[in-house]
Design a binder for this molecule. Structure first.
Ligand SMILES: [Cu+2]
Length: 700
């Protein structure tokens, strides 16, 4: 299970934690007051941030999203083997702030075929930082929670001489005959660190009781290098990473991935300016080049309907923050800039005269500043911050080939003469409080968080299924007049740890004003009396949706808990409940995780452990009528897994998931859109059948 707390004294726990996760990435984090190490056995925690070690769970899916999904209040939105999104407290997509090694960037795919954790292959992930409830304003805008996937790194050592560093892993999973190998190797001293990172992953279509799901195969390569230098009060680091995703199936979408070629470049500096004054600054660039089509991995249609869509995204970031440590705590002042350029061009490879630059020269900017105070009064610890962001967003006039039919041309012409320039200013406040009362640690979060509409939500003049991965089968059209969303968040919980028992219950309420959601295009849905409905109807949906500001609320509760039973026997569990509703009409929010509980019985002795786990998921019938969502039934799955330390620095895990080969569908899985599969078109994608895995990690 994810969040185990053993009952030993904290000091020895911290020591054990360092021993268990010999991750260099942790080494310099002791200075951050929010990442104290309190929990071991695969997870550490502060009252407001959880750290989930990569090998703490039997997750062998390729992306880190599956690991995050096991945390309380989290779930996985499954859009394909490499396209999983994190849902947190009922929000997903760009409502959740997700970063890789702290770097923010824009996905390339207009349907988030490359959600941020697409760039965190599990075999390269060291650990995940999960901000409980909301993320601090210092990490930038973001409504629901905060996820940072920290990749394996080579870190500085304590000595002058260079020492070799190795952290590599391999895994195999039977259900899709997939394997992954990768890791980081390098050299480090107290002043220098350098490493190369690489991974290769591939898998076939996965099996379920009843056949094979096609196309769900995948392939992905990652490689890169990093170097860091530290001397006296300063530290500099530079990293480059390239990811090449090859043909990968996305049955819930009308197209599959042909490729993603994505480059990550980042430079960071830290400098102790004076006693108690610390400067941190960074520069980043991410370039995504993407091609998807509807004929390479699934049966081709008639030549008129062949589509290959190119989508590019470039993100530049710059940030700087100064931290003043004084008698009243730490005050941080910072600023950050983010620019984005996007281009989406739909083509028909059988007809060069057919192309539509549907998102043409879309340019966005954001400049923000924040002030944050971290300190205490009495027993109450707090982190209080405010930030302001100014956004601009502009779309170029569409460009079309001569073979594009009349109706889309009319829409393009109308968009070309419309106002394609928007700007917004947003204010965020986040306050997190906690107190350490020994065995009991209460915590409280109050926040106002915002999200500006995406360029897609504002500028999709062409009705298409691009919806940042909703995969509800609806055709969407943009709305330039959208206002930013405002989410009001209240969350309370208590972390209890006493004797051989722990539990961490949380309740929350999130009220969203101007929630951005698809609504019927006009007052007469189904009556084709507009050009938009005409084009949508030609593309298979006579009742398109238009993005609009509505009112919504999300509330729920979750808990993780555990207790020592007899001798080396222990029980751990995670349970989550979330409810999402519209406030303006009687409807539910779309794609909300059903109530579920995970219970594990673990036998743990020196050097090895064995866990039998049950995962019970309730039916979900509180579905969104607006999004044509269908209900799902409940199910129970059984898993068994174990791990052992073969020798110092060598860990072997193995297990069987879905032990009884049960047929089930996850409520959050998409509906199949690909013909030629053992899954019927329109049916929800089934969960994976029985699957054995082995995983090896070598680090020293
Ligand atoms: Cu795509």
């Amino acid at each position: 299970m994810n969040f185990r707390i053993s009952a030993a004294p904290a000091a020895s726990l911290a020591a054990l934690a360092v021993a268990l996760c010999s991750s260099p990435a942790f080494a310099d984090e002791g200075t951050d007051p929010l990442t104290d190490i309190i929990i071991v056995n695969g997870a550490r925690e502060t009252p407001v941030t959880d750290e989930i070690a990569a090998d703490s769970a039997p997750v062998v899916a390729p992306d880190a999203a599956g690991l995050v999904a096991r945390a309380p209040g989290a779930a996985l939105i499954d859009n394909g083997a490499l396209s999983g999104q994190v849902q947190y407290h009922g929000s997903f997509g760009d409502r959740v702030l997700v970063r890789i090694d702290g770097q923010r960037f824009s996905s390339g795919g207009p349907n988030l075929m490359d959600p941020p954790l697409h760039y965190a292959p599990m075999v390269l992930v060291d650990h995940i930082e999960l901000d409980r409830g909301v993320s601090p304003v210092s990490k930038g805008p973001g409504e629901a929670g905060g996820v940072n996937a920290v990749l394996k790194h080579v870190d500085f050592t304590d000595g002058k001489a260079f020492q070799p560093r190795v952290d590599v892993g391999a895994l195999y999973r039977s259900v899709d005959d997939s394997y992954a190998v990768g890791g980081v190797v390098g050299l480090a001293s107290q002043n220098w660190r350098m490493g190369v990172i690489a991974a290769h992953e591939e898998g076939s279509d996965y099996r379920f009781p009843g056949g094979r799901a096609s196309p769900t195969s995948f392939t992905r390569d990652t490689y890169g290098a990093e170097v860091g230098f530290r001397s006296g009060p300063g530290e500099l680091s530079l990293s480059y990473r390239r990811q090449e995703t090859g043909p990968t199936g996305n049955p819930p979408f009308p197209m599959d991935i042909v490729y993603f070629h994505t480059d990550f470049l980042r430079a960071d500096a830290k400098l102790q300016l004076a006693d108690g004054i610390r400067l941190e600054a960074g520069l980043g660039h991410v370039a995504v080049r993407h091609l998807m089509d509807n004929f390479s991995l699934r049966p081709a249609m008639n030549p008129m309907m062949l589509r290959a869509t190119y989508a590019d995204a470039d993100t530049m970031t710059a940030d700087a923050a100064v931290h003043f440590t004084t008698g009243i705590g730490t005050i941080s002042l910072g600023g950050d800039i983010e620019t984005g350029d996007k281009q989406v061009t739909i083509t028909n490879p059988a007809n060069p005269a057919f192309f539509i630059a549907s998102q043409n020269r879309v340019a966005t900017t954001r400049s923000g500043g924040f002030a944050q105070w971290r300190g205490g009064f009495g027993v109450v610890e707090s982190e209080i911050g405010v930030r302001v962001d100014h956004y601009t967003m502009r779309a170029g006039a569409p460009e079309l080939g001569s073979a594009v039919p009349m109706a889309p041309v009319m829409l393009a012409n109308a968009f070309a003469v419309s106002d394609r320039d928007r700007s917004d200013t947003t204010f965020d406040v986040a306050a997190r409080f906690w107190a350490d009362l020994g065995a009991v640690r209460p915590r409280l979060t109050l926040a106002r968080k915002t999200r500006v509409p995406s360029a897609l939500e504002r500028f999709s003049w062409l009705p298409t299924e691009a919806s940042a991965g909703l995969a509800d089968g609806n055709i969407y059209v943009g709305n330039p007049l959208l206002k930013p969303e405002t989410m009001w968040i209240a969350e309370a919980g208590v972390d209890v740890e006493t004797g051989g028992l722990y539990m961490r219950p949380t309740i929350y309420y999130r009220r969203v004003d101007d929630y951005i959601q698809g609504v019927p295009f006009d007052a007469t849905p189904g009556v084709i009396d507009s050009t938009v409905e005409m084009v949508a109807n030609m593309n298979g949906d006579a009742t398109p949706l238009k993005w609009a500001n509505v009112s919504a609320e999300l509330y729920g509760a979750d808990i993780d808990f555990g207790a020592k039973l007899i001798g080396p026997l222990r029980v751990d569990g995670v349970a989550s409940y979330v409810r999402g509703k519209r406030r303006d009409i009687a409807d539910n929010l779309y794609r909300i995780a059903p109530p579920n509980i995970r219970l594990g019985l673990t036998w743990e002795v020196q050097g090895w452990s064995l866990t039998a786990e049950g995962h019970a998921v309730a039916k979900e019938d509180k579905v969104s009528a607006t999004n044509s969502e269908t209900p799902t039934g409940g199910y129970v799955l059984a898993n068994i897994y174990g791990g052992m330390e073969l020798m110092r620095g060598v860990r072997l895990d193995a297990g069987v998931e879905n032990l009884f080969d049960r047929y089930y569908v996850e409520h959050l899985a998409g509906y199949n859109r690909a013909a030629g599969s053992d899954v019927a078109v329109g049916a929800r994608m089934p969960g994976t059948g029985r699957s054995a895995f082995v995983r090896l990690r070598v680090s020293y």
